[in-house]
Write a protein that binds this ligand. Structure first.
Ligand code: FAD
Length: 305
């Protein structure tokens, strides 16, 4: 447990959060998504981002959700965009449509092969091979704000942790302004990663990606394929709770909050939440971080960035 004196307090307005959502596939999922977005909007996040499905499968849905967050909800929205299954011209057209719709922030990613992260990524002929090339291409088109991905426990396909850090540096040197990490549960790994990044000359913020463990079995599967360790002290919190949703929710809040407290003690003041389109858990965590204390949300209040 972190020293309680180091914990964030309600008046600590220096904390900023961002929220990630995925585009819905069904009407029920659509309702859940908009409930989540509207519930979390009053926290006034720095931005809300929307993922891009494997192989571009959510192209239209991602565009629709991102545009609505930006133009109807009135908060800065970021569109995820990948290099998968698209030529440079096709990506240019998608990015240009975002620019025309008023979207200024892209989360630029290589993406996973259509078969998942275990497959071999083969660039589309005439497409981008790596995310740093996508960053360069986007910035030739428009002066977007660009975020990229980082991996405190190393990307599973990287030749080595050093090569992976070089890849991150290339993305930032190409013009990305921040990195957002894959989810992790061991703050010490993230701290070590920050140290290595600093030594490698990286000065851009590397925002920790926090995944509240709403569904432990599913998260454990995702963790395995992305090479993320789940420490035993986290795992035991969910033991025997398979049939007790309320206790699982409480455990998920405890674990995520403890992680934020550990990161806060490291000096971290920005957190990116993988919401999985579920609002209440993330809202509870934000409240515990003091984020609902003195903020008022209105459609016009989207100046924080
Ligand atoms: P890159 O930075 O291009 O790196 C990919 C791999 O290639 C790494 O192993 C890297 O070390 C290596 N590499 C990079 N450059 C070179 C080079 N020149 N030579 C040799 N090797 C190199 N996926 C989606 O499909 N949709 C999403 O919306 C999405 N959102 C995400 C959001 C975040 C915050 C994160 C962390 C990940 C997200 N992903 C998403 C997953 C991501 O697409 C995968 O992890 C993908 O496998 C790598 O993408 P990248 O942008 O990190 O790739």
């Amino acid at each position: 447990m972190t020293d309680p004196t180091l914990r964030p307090r309600a008046k600590d307005s220096a904390i900023a959060v961002s929220f990630e959502f995925f585009p819905p596939k069904t009407e029920a999922m659509e309702r859940q998504l908009w409930h989540a977005i509207e519930t979390l909007a009053p926290v006034v996040p720095a931005f809300m981002s929307v993922t891009y499905g494997a192989g571009g499968s959510t192209r239209e849905r991602t565009h629709a959700v991102v545009s609505r967050i930006q133009n109807e909800i009135g908060l800065p929205a970021a569109a995820h965009l990948t290099c998968v299954n698209a030529t440079r011209d096709e990506i240019d057209a998608i990015a240009d449509a975002y620019w025309q719709a008023g979207i200024r922030h892209i989360v630029a990613l290589r993406g996973d092969p259509p078969g998942g992260i275990d497959g071999v990524f083969v660039p589309t002929p005439g497409g981008y091979a790596y995310a740093n090339e996508l960053v360069e291409g986007l910035l030739k088109l428009h002066p977007f704000e660009i975020s990229v991905a980082a991996y405190p426990e190393c990307h599973p396909q990287a030749k080595s942790p050093e090569a992976d850090l070089d890849a991150l540096k290339r993305k930032l040197d190409a013009g990305a302004t921040r990195a957002i990490t894959n989810f992790f549960f061991e703050s010490a790994y993230y701290a070590r990663f920050l140290e290595r990044a600093q030594k490698a000359g990286i000065t851009a913020p590397i925002i920790p990606g926090i995944l509240p463990l709403t569904n432990f079995a599913h998260a454990a599967k995702m963790a395995k394929s992305s090479g993320t360790q789940i420490p035993d002290r986290v795992r035991v919190q969910f033991d025997g709770l398979d049939d007790n949703a309320a206790a699982r929710e409480a455990a998920a809040t405890r674990v995520a909050l403890n992680q934020c407290h550990e990161l806060f003690a490291l000096g971290i003041r920005q957190f990116h939440f993988y919401t999985l389109n579920r609002a209440e858990l993330v809202l509870n965590i934000c409240r515990a971080l003091g984020l609902d204390a003195d903020r008022t949300y209105s459609k016009q209040d989207h100046s924080r960035g």
